[in-house]
Design a protein. Structure first.
Length: 318
């Protein structure tokens, strides 16, 4: 997981990917997707990816590496296919991949690497009757990347790469459960850095500017509107949420085309909320994508943030 940066230190430095950049799905967004589905295809879900890499020179195998962990990925319905998407905590990778159902157990896998080409493979999904005990299902396939991608991975002239991939389902509730140890680490870091901090005028002005920018204005407008409950993650907000005020805790750029504002309400304060925005090429807000409960902050951290955002002469509440 990526620890938060306090808003004072936020730098707007997103490296934009090409148009094939992969999607991201948060916990609240995934739960919303499931609620909309009338029938759940077995390929939909959260998966742990592993695999192996073989390097050939002509017909000779010259290298064979095991890849036990290639991160966690969501597979979700998308325009008649099933799209591979990052989780909040997956390392950002630049490719676009989909599965297309051919029958009950066979899918066509297609991956686009942008300027480095594309590749296809036939993927099979196996259920527990074919697998060892403890594995509910498994997706597997072999893939030979295009020559441009293979060269980028280190293959030389006359060499080819063959990948074998294995997708094992992961329990989404367990994956997103709060990291209690991580929460304590963040609290200790924030307490040591900011509890007794003496703020300069320029630092305070920067904090004040962030508390009044287009993103916080957009959050305030949606909180005050009748359309708030249409946003993913907001259905259980109290009816009087518009009368509450909030402060910005931190800002993260976790993914291309998306920026996250972590906010804390004054009264509705059992959680810190991560508000995910879609942003355009000018890094300006397009729309709010979702509200997600932060997994990084515990009750002690919430009290600390309320304390350090109370500075005489400045009001950071919105």
């Amino acid at each position: 997981m990526n620890y938060m940066k306090i808003i004072l230190t936020v730098l707007f430095s997103i490296s934009y990917f090409n148009a094939n950049s992969q999607c991201l799905v948060t916990q609240a967004e995934y739960e919303d997707i499931l609620e909309e589905l009338e029938q759940l295809d077995p390929i939909v879900g959260l998966w742990r990816l592993s695999g192996e890499t073989k390097l050939y020179e002509s017909d000779s195998l010259i290298l064979h590496n095991q890849d036990p962990f290639l991160d966690y990925w969501f597979i979700i319905p998308n325009e008649g296919k099933y799209k591979v998407c990052h989780t909040d905590y997956t390392s950002v990778q630049d490719f676009n991949a989909t599965f297309t159902s051919l029958n009950d157990t066979i899918y066509q896998y297609h991956v686009n690497y942008g300027s480095k080409g594309e590749a296809y493979s036939e993927a099979v999904i196996l259920d527990s009757s074919y697998l060892k005990e403890g594995i509910e299902k498994l997706i597997t396939y072999k893939l030979r990347p295009p020559s441009e991608k293979a060269r980028a991975m280190g293959a030389k002239e006359g060499q080819t790469i063959e990948w074998t991939f294995y997708w094992i389902p992961t329990d989404e509730t367990d994956f997103f459960k709060p990291d209690l140890k991580g929460q304590e680490i963040i609290y200790a870091e924030m307490d040591s850095l900011y509890s007794d901090k003496s703020w300069t005028d320029s630092e305070l002005e920067e904090l004040l500017k962030t508390s009044r920018n287009e993103f916080t204005n957009h959050i305030r407008e949606r909180l005050n509107s009748n359309s708030l409950y249409d946003i993913t993650g907001c259905k259980d907000f109290p009816d009087d949420i518009a009368s509450d005020k909030f402060i910005v805790i931190s800002v993260n750029e976790l993914f291309p085309s998306r920026i996250s504002y972590f906010i804390l309400f004054d009264k509705y304060d059992t959680n810190i909320w991560r508000v995910d925005f879609e942003i355009d090429e000018n890094k300006e807000a397009k729309e709010i994508l979702s509200f997600n409960k932060s997994q990084f902050h515990n009750e002690k951290t919430i009290k600390l943030f309320k304390k350090i955002n109370t500075i005489d002469g400045y009001d950071f509440w919105r």
